[in-house]
Ligand binder design. Sequence first.
Ligand code: GCU
Length: 674
Amino acid sequence: HDLWLRYRPLPAAQADAARGHATQLVAGTASATQAVTRAELLRGLGGLLGHAPVPADAVSRDGAIVVGTPASSPLVAGLHLDLHDLGREGYLIRSVVLDGHPATVIAGNDDIGVLYGAFGLLRRLQTGQPIDRLDLRERPRVQLRVLDHWDNLDGSVERGYAGASIWDWWRLPDYLPPRYTDYARANASIGINGTVLNNVNADPLILSHAYLEKVAALAGVFRPYGIRVYLSVRFSAPIEVGGLKTADPLDPQVQRWWRGKADEIYRLIPDFGGFLVKANSEGQPGPQDYHRSHADGANMLAAALAPHGGVVMWRAFVYANKPGEDRIKQAYGEFKPLDGKFAANVLLQVKNGPLDFQPREPFNPLFGAMPKTQLMMEFQITKEYLGFATHLVYLGPLYQEALAADTMEHGKGSTVAKVVDGTLDGHALTGMAGVANIGADRDWCGSVFNQANWYVFGRLAWDPTLSARAIAEEWTRMTFGNDEAVVRPVVDMMMGSREAAVDYMTPLGLAHLMGHGHHYGPEPWDASGPRADWTPVYFHRADKGGIGFDRTASGSDAVAQYAPPVANEFASLRQIPDEYLLWFHHVPWSYRMRSGRTLWDELVRHYTQGVEDVARMRETWAGLKGHIDDERYRQVATFLAIQQREAQWWRDACIAYFQSINGLPLPAGYAPPA
Ligand code: GCU
């Protein structure tokens, strides 16, 4: 599978038109990045247009593509382009005249910007757009655009649904299969510039010299594509790998050990990105084990990396088993007091919502609450709570909803996107991480449509203001071609898919009704397991009288973690949007909704709607038979059949369970649970 880099021949008319603008390719090969840029253009244009442009040293005819930086290309230098605001990674694509010939220039300040520009030009062609009269300027709005692999050293992937890990630790560092290069190409094509290779629940062994050599080999493959390697580290590694008695961040021996380890890493990998840390969360060790703060821990690691230019991405996903306390309040409680206490090369990595990658959550209140801290976004691309690899759920709308949420930190327009891109509080070091959905499956992601989630993550990390629909359309054209009979229905199907999943799993602000541990099917009745805050009943709080988690002042008061205008909106039954109702309120089953229906009616209606939406997706897909190649057609058709069956399972199980609690009959016109 070539993902979205298929480069299948364009329709004749479009190919003919474009060929005249791709006659020659003037591109250097002095650096590794230049070489891969040139190779990608030859491969892409060759595939799309039927034959590749002729490599040349100078422009000698109309329609050349000229590629480079002012430093690498005298032709580019001679154009005196204004590149000053493009940074290192930005690019410009422009139709120009060179030596009397119309030509297209792809230019940047650095080789990597030019590579992104090459992918930008190819994307235009792949999505059926003309490449004459171009004047494009692009630069990423977010600095660190990172995939987090939850890959274990034994080859398994935590919450991975696409087969085993693609990292073949056993045969590294020697054997570097082409898959690694394709991975880098795919990432570079959407602007991803970092990868955390191993699980946040980190094996300390990753910091042993033998593994670091393997990591260095991967870094070598990724380097030409502008991708830096990062590692998840276990806070207690000084004990496990270093043989020390403690991992106390204020202990000079511990500090020395981490400095030495960082020096060792940078000797092997001069452009190493840094560390990702899950500490004092779900049983992981951390600074609190020594009565130190998250800031003490993060800053100690940051000090070890700082001389080399590395960063620490310290995760805010922390919660311990504190019976009686609302689990979602803990991170804010621990981190808000630390605002302004983190070193300059620390980012706090915050999940989009305060709970855990649910089909829908309100935005995480840490966004907008820590102006003096560099907050980066953590999205999940792998669909742990959204039907794993099988259910078709396009995550663009979920990401966009989170990024567009208004924190009101400095009044209206203080969106999460502006926190993340640093503009709201003037931060230069910014980032977005996505928990990868990549595995060794032939289709990389466990299904064709999951590839779109990798794609949309990268595109939104590059520019969080892009629209989920526009990105879905891009991906669809690149993946299935520009047949309009395919594009429109597929994009519509993708755009409705997330709401369908919310409806058949957890509508109206419900959350975490998934089976304990695996998080796949419905288990709203489950009250067992080692911890109350891992059970569905903890979250839905359904009883004879009503349902929902009271998080207003009369309950856990989690609303108070938001800025006052947001808190007031969420706390008010009159103002709260339906989609967050049961997240913040416990209301009677007979509660009158805006629609005029009772809550119970409305709940049944949403569950039923979700199933119907999946049925409609199936019909849409069936209508595309013959327009899509057989293999992909059949995979999606089969998965949609599974999804429909399971949507029905979700609906029936949840409705039957809630009926067992409230004793209410089904509203008129609805089929009883099977
Ligand atoms: C979820 C997930 C875990 C993961 C954790 C995390 O709880 O189920 O597998 O380790 O998130 O993000 O750290």
